[in-house]
Design a protein. Structure first.
Lengths: 362, 283, 318
C-alpha cells in the first residue's frame, strides 16, 4: 500500500531474522540426538567405567539463586583474612557466573584456570611439584608440597570440575535418590545423555539434579541443580568446549613469575591432603581458608550444616540489608539454600526450608 | 542525445566499483583535523598514565597500571583498559554519529547522492570507514602505550595472567592482537551510530545518542538482575581482551565477540539501510 | 533520446509533508534542448520538485520521467547523465576547492581515476575558479561557492543540467558569466533547467518557462506564449477625445489614463491588436490634427505576467 513501507520491508526482515536466529539456534541445538538407549543403571555404570584420562575444556558456572545483591559483601573481603575469604568465595559462587578452563592428564596432573575479567586464578596440581595456587590479581602464589614421597594420583582429583563433582555426586547415589534418564541433548557440541537425580526426601529444596553425560566417553559434561517448583536451574556447571587430546606438558609446569609473593606450605606425608586442598564449594585462590568449626545434622539431601557461634559472625556484619528477621534470628533466603543466623551467632545452612533450620536451631 | 553520449553512458554505468569512493572516504576522514584531535586525545591516555607512574614511582591502581614501572610494555595494556569503557566509545561515537548526519548538515549529502554515489553503496562505505577508525583508534592507544613505555621504563619479558612469562616481542604481538579485539568490539557500536546518524541531520545529536547508548549498555551490563541480557549487549566482550593474555590464549570470547558484533552490524546495518534508502533528503 | 522529445516530464506529481501539500499534481514538460526557466516565488515548491526529479525525495503520488527513464526507479542509470546544483552549494569547508571536486568525482561510479585531476581542473576553469583551486572552501565567498557548485555539475558531460537559483550570491559580473555558461552548455545540446525567483535573469536566457505558485503550476510553455501576444499602445496627447475617435477607426478601444496627475499631459492607453502597426496609427493621428507629444508601444514583460499569475510581487533583490 504505502510505497515506503514496501521499500522498508526487505531491510526490516533482516534484523527480524537475525534476532529470531539468535533465539532459535540455542534451542535447536538442544534437540534430541541419536544415542543408543540406556537404562539409569546402565548409564551409572557407563559413567563409572569412563576411562578418560586426559582432556581439556572450558566450562561455565552460573547461579541464579534469587538472592539479593551480595556484591557489597564480596567486595569487602579482599583483605585475605581467612574467614572473609571463605565468605567471599561463597558469595561469589552464589551470585556471579564464572568461566574456567581445565587441563587434565592422569600422567602429568591437572590445571584449573578461573578466567576472571582481566585476572586469572590458577590451580596447578602435579605429582612432582605438589599444588600451586596462583592469583594474578593479588599477585600471590601458594605452594603446597607433601613432605617425603607423595601420592601421584591424589592431586588431580582435588581440582573441582564438572566431571569430578558429578562423579562424587554419583558415587553417593543411594536409596534417598531416584535416578532416571532424561531426554538427550548437546553440551559443548557433543551428544549427551541426561541423568536426572530426584531427591526422595520431601524436606529438601532441591527439585532435581540433571547430569549431562558424554554419549561417547561417559564423562559428565554438565550439572544443573533445579529448585523445587522452579523451571530453570538455580545452579549449573557445564562445559562449553571439551577436547579429549592430551594437554601440552608445559601447562603443568608452573614457575611463579617475578614480583609474586610466594607462600610455601609443607604437609607431613602421613596427613591426608583433604584439609589443605580447596574444598569443592570454594574457588581456588582464596589462600586455603581454614574451615570453621562445622557440625552437621540430618542426612542426604536434607543435611543441615551448623557453624558454631563466633566463627563467621565477623563477616556477617551488615547482613541486615539482605536478610529477613524471623523468630530467634535472621534468615538469608534463596531458591535452593536457606541460611539462618541465630541471635546467639550460630549459623545454620542447608538445602531445606527455613522451618527445618529453625527446628534444628532449637 | 548525441551519439557520443549514447556510447559513453553504458560504459560509465559499468564501473560502479567501491574502491574510489572508499579511498575518498578514508582520505576525507583522515584529512580532518578533528580526526587527528580524537586520535591525539587517545594517544594522550598512555602518555598521562606513564608520566603519572613515572612521577609517583610505582604503586597500585587499576589493572596493569601497577605493572608499568616494572615493565614499560604494560603501559599499552593499562592504557587500553582505561580507554575501553569511555574514551574509545566516545571517539567512535563521534565518528559513527557523524557519518550520514555530518554530510547532511554540510549539504554534501545531496550532492553525493546526485552524483550518484548510490545510497546503499555510500552507507556501506561510510560504515567500513567508521570501522577502520575503530581499528585506528585502538591501535593508537596500544602503540602509543608501547612507545611511551619503551621510552620511560625498562622492558623485559611479560608475565601473562596465567603466570607464564613470554618474551617482549611476543607481548607486542599480543598487544596488537588486543587492539584488533577492541576494534572488533566497537563494530556493533559503530553500526548503531551509523543507524542513528541516518535518523537525523544534526550530527551532534547522533554522536551524543551513540555515546549515551554505549554508557547505557555498560550500566545494564553491571546489573546482575539483567544477567540474562548480558551476553547480548554489544559491550559484552569489551574487556574480553584479557583472554588474549592467558596461556594458552582463550579464543572463546574473541570468537563470541566476532559473532556478536557481526550480529549487531547486520541488524543495525539493515535498519540503517532501510531508513536511508527510504528517506527524503531535504537537508 | 526520448520519444516524446521531453528531457523531463512529470504527471500528477504530488509531494505531501504530513498534511501540507508542497507540490500538487504537477504536469511539467521540459523539452529536450531547451533552456527551461522554472519560476515561482520562494516557497512555491520549485526546490521540492527538483529534489523529486533528482530522486532525493520520493513523490507522494504521480510519475517522473527524466531523460526517458522513470525516476526514482532508474536513478542509478539516469543520474550520471544529470548535473545539478540544488538549494545552494554544499561543500567540505576543510578541503580545498579542487579536493571537493575530486571527492564528488570519486563518488560517481565508473569515473576514471586517471583522468580525474584533468576533469577537476577543467571544471574549475569553466567557472573561473582555477586561481582559487588550492584554497580551502571555508575561505570562499558565497559567490565562489556558488560557482564551485556549478563546477560539480560540470565534472562529466551531462545531458541535463539542473540549476536551482544559480545566481544566488553572485555579483552582476558573476551573473553574466553564469548566463553565458548556460548558453554555452545549451549550444552543446545540453538541456538546462534553471529555477529562479528572479525574472530578469530567466527572461534573457530561456526558451521555455513554467511558473509555480503555492505548489501548483500556473503556466508553462514557450516564452512568447507565456508573455501573451497582446501589446499595448500609449499615446500622450492633450487632445484626448480626438485621438480616441481616430483610434476607434482602427478598432482600438482606448481609455484615458485616470491616474495621471493634474500637471502632467493626459494619456490614452489601448490594446494593440495584431495587424495594426503603430506607425500607421501615428500617421492618422497627425493627419487628424491630434497633437501627439509621445507614443509608446509596450509588450507585457514576463514580470507583468508573473505578477499577474502569482498574484504577488516577487522577491526582487534590490
Amino acid at each position: 500500500m504505502n510505497p515506503s513501507v514496501k521499500r522498508w520491508a526487505p531491510f526490516a526482515a533482516v534484523p527480524i531474522i537475525a534476532v529470531a536466529a539468535a533465539i532459535a539456534i540455542p534451542m535447536t541445538t538442544n534437540a534430541a540426538q541419536d544415542l543408543p538407549e540406556k537404562t539409569p543403571q546402565q548409564l551409572l555404570e557407563f559413567v563409572a567405567d569412563s576411562d578418560v584420562t586426559a582432556f581439556s575444556g572450558e566450562f561455565t558456572q552460573t547461579s541464579d539463586l534469587g538472592l539479593p545483591d551480595l556484591s557489597s559483601l564480596g567486595s569487602g573481603s579482599t583483605t585475605g583474612a581467612d574467614g572473609d575469604g571463605f565468605m567471599s568465595a561463597l558469595v561469589e559462587l552464589a551470585t556471579t557466573s564464572n568461566d574456567a578452563r581445565i587441563y587434565a592428564d592422569a600422567e602429568q596432573g591437572a590445571r584449573l584456570q578461573v578466567l576472571d575479567q582481566l585476572d586469572e586464578r590458577d590451580v596447578i596440581a602435579t605429582a612432582d611439584d605438589g599444588l600451586w595456587i596462583y592469583d594474578s590479581g593479588e599477585k600471590t602464589a601458594l605452594h603446597v608440597t607433601h613432605e617425603g614421597s607423595s601420592d601421584a594420583s591424589t592431586p588431580p582429583a582435588d581440582v573441582p570440575t564438572p566431571s569430578s563433582v558429578a562423579e562424587k555426586l554419583l558415587d553417593s547415589v543411594d536409596d534417598t535418590t531416584a535416578v532416571a534418564v532424561g531426554s538427550n541433548g548437546t553440551v559443548a557440541g557433543r551428544d549427551v545423555y541426561e541423568l536426572v537425580l530426584t531427591p526422595r526426601d520431601e524436606t529438601t529444596l532441591v527439585g532435581d539434579v540433571t547430569i549431562s553425560v558424554d554419549g561417547e566417553t561417559g564423562m559428565p559434561l554438565g550439572i544443573a541443580v533445579t529448585a523445587e517448583g522452579a523451571s530453570s536451574p538455580a545452579f549449573s556447571v557445564a562445559y562449553t568446549s571439551v577436547d579429549y587430546s592430551t594437554p601440552d606438558s608445559s601447562l603443568f609446569a608452573f614457575t611463579p613469575p617475578a614480583g609474586v609473593e610466594v607462600t610455601e606450605k609443607a604437609i607431613p606425608a602421613d596427613a591426608h591432603s583433604d584439609d589443605a586442598a580447596p574444598d569443592d564449594s570454594t574457588t581456588p585462590g582464596d589462600a586455603a581458608p581454614e574451615a570453621p568449626d562445622v557440625t552437621t545434622t540430618g542426612a542426604g539431601w536434607g543435611t543441615i550444616v551448623e557453624l558454631a557461634a563466633g566463627e563467621a559472625s565477623a563477616s556477617l556484619e551488615g547482613l541486615d540489608a539482605i536478610t529477613t528477621p524471623v523468630d530467634g534470628g535472621r534468615v538469608l533466603s534463596s531458591s535452593l539454600v536457606n541460611v539462618l543466623i541465630t541471635d546467639d551467632g550460630r549459623v545454620f545452612a542447608g538445602a531445606v526450608s527455613v522451618d527445618a533450620l529453625e527446628s534444628a536451631a532449637r | 542525445m548525441s551519439n557520443a553520449d549514447t556510447l559513453t553512458s553504458p560504459a560509465r554505468r559499468r564501473g560502479g566499483g567501491v574502491g574510489d569512493l572508499l579511498l575518498s572516504e578514508l582520505a576525507l576522514l583522515f584529512r580532518r583535523r578533528r580526526t587527528w584531535a580524537l586520535l591525539g586525545a587517545l594517544a594522550l591516555i598512555p602518555v598521562l598514565l606513564a608520566v603519572a607512574v613515572r612521577l609517583s614511582g610505582s604503586g597500585g591502581g587499576p589493572s596493569f597500571v601497577g605493572d608499568i614501572a616494572g615493565n614499560g610494555l604494560f603501559t599499552g595494556f593499562a592504557a587500553i583498559t582505561v580507554a575501553v569503557p569511555l574514551f574509545l566509545p566516545l571517539t567512535v561515537g563521534v565518528v559513527a554519529g557523524d557519518t550520514i548526519a555530518g554530510e547532511a548538515s554540510l549539504g554534501t549529502l545531496r550532492y553525493l547522492l546526485i552524483t550518484p554515489a548510490g545510497r546503499i553503496r555510500l552507507l556501506l562505505v561510510k560504515f567500513a570507514v567508521a570501522a577502520a577508525f575503530c581499528l585506528a583508534a585502538a591501535l593508537t592507544v596500544v602503540v602509543a602505550g608501547l612507545l611511551i613505555g619503551l621510552a620511560l621504563f625498562p622492558v623485559g619479558p611479560v608475565t601473562l595472567l596465567s603466570g607464564t612469562e613470554i618474551p617482549a616481542i611476543d607481548a607486542v604481538g599480543r598487544a596488537l592482537l588486543i587492539a584488533v579485539h577492541v576494534a572488533i568490539s566497537l563494530v556493533g557500536l559503530t553500526a548503531i551510530g551509523v543507524f542513528i546518524s541516518t535518523l537525523t541531520d544534526v550530527p551532534v545529536g547522533a554522536m551524543a545518542a551513540t555515546v549515551v547508548l554505549s554508557i547505557t549498555a555498560q550500566i545494564l551490563g553491571s546489573l546482575s538482575q539483567l544477567s540474562a541480557l548480558h551476553p547480548y549487549l554489544f559491550s559484552a566482550h569489551w574487556f574480553g581482551f584479557g583472554d588474549l593474555l592467558r596461556d594458552p590464549i582463550s579464543w572463546a570470547s574473541f570468537g563470541d565477540n566476532v559473532v556478536l558484533q557481526l550480529g549487531y552490524a547486520v541488524v543495525f546495518g539493515s535498519l540503517a539501510m532501510g531508513r536511508f534508502v527510504t528517506r527524503d533528503i531535504l537537508s | 533520446m526520448t520519444s516524446s522529445g521531453l528531457a523531463v516530464e512529470t504527471r500528477g506529481l504530488t509531494k505531501r509533508f504530513g498534511r501540507h501539500e508542497a507540490v500538487s499534481s504537477l504536469d511539467l514538460s521540459v523539452p529536450t534542448g531547451s533552456v527551461f526557466g522554472f519560476l515561482g516565488p520562494n516557497g512555491s515548491g520549485k526546490t521540492t520538485t527538483i529534489r523529486m526529479l533528482l530522486a532525493l525525495a520520493a513523490p507522494s503520488a504521480g510519475t517522473i520521467t527524466v531523460l526517458g527513464s522513470e525516476m526514482p526507479k532508474r536513478s542509478a542509470s539516469v543520474l550520471p547523465r544529470v548535473g545539478a546544483l540544488v538549494e545552494g552549494p554544499g561543500f567540505y569547508p576543510f578541503l580545498s576547492g579542487a579536493a571537493n571536486l575530486t571527492r564528488f568525482d570519486a563518488a560517481e561510479p565508473g569515473t576514471s581515476s586517471r583522468t580525474r585531476s584533468a576533469r577537476v581542473a577543467e571544471a574549475l576553469a569553466r567557472v573561473g575558479l582555477s586561481a582559487a583551486a588550492a584554497k580551502k572552501v571555508g575561505s570562499y565567498s558565497l559567490g565562489m561557492k556558488q560557482r564551485l557548485g556549478i563546477a560539480v555539475a560540470l565534472l562529466s558531460p551531462r545531458d541535463l543540467i539542473v540549476l536551482d537559483e544559480p545566481t544566488n550570491g553572485l555579483d552582476p559580473q558573476g551573473t553574466r558569466e553564469v548566463r553565458s555558461l548556460i548558453r554555452g552548455l545549451n549550444a552543446d545540446g545540453t538541456t538546462v533547467l534553471v529555477s529562479s525567483h528572479l525574472l530578469a535573469e530567466i527572461e534573457q536566457l530561456c526558451t521555455h518557462a513554467a511558473v509555480m505558485r503555492a505548489g501548483r503550476l500556473v503556466a508553462q510553455g514557450g516564452l512568447d506564449e507565456l508573455r501573451g501576444a497582446t501589446a499595448a499602445i500609449e499615446i500622450v496627447t492633450p487632445d484626448l477625445d480626438l485621438a480616441r475617435e481616430v483610434l476607434a477607426r482602427f478598432g482600438l478601444d482606448a481609455t484615458a489614463d485616470e491616474t495621471s496627475t493634474g500637471d502632467s499631459t493626459p494619456r490614452l492607453d489601448a490594446p494593440l491588436p495584431d495587424g495594426v502597426l503603430p506607425e500607421d496609427l501615428v500617421v492618422e493621428l497627425v493627419a487628424a490634427d491630434v497633437r501627439v507629444r509621445g507614443v509608446a508601444v509596450r509588450r507585457p514583460s514576463l514580470e507583468d505576467r508573473f505578477v499577474e499569475l502569482t498574484g504577488e510581487g516577487f522577491d526582487v533583490e534590490r
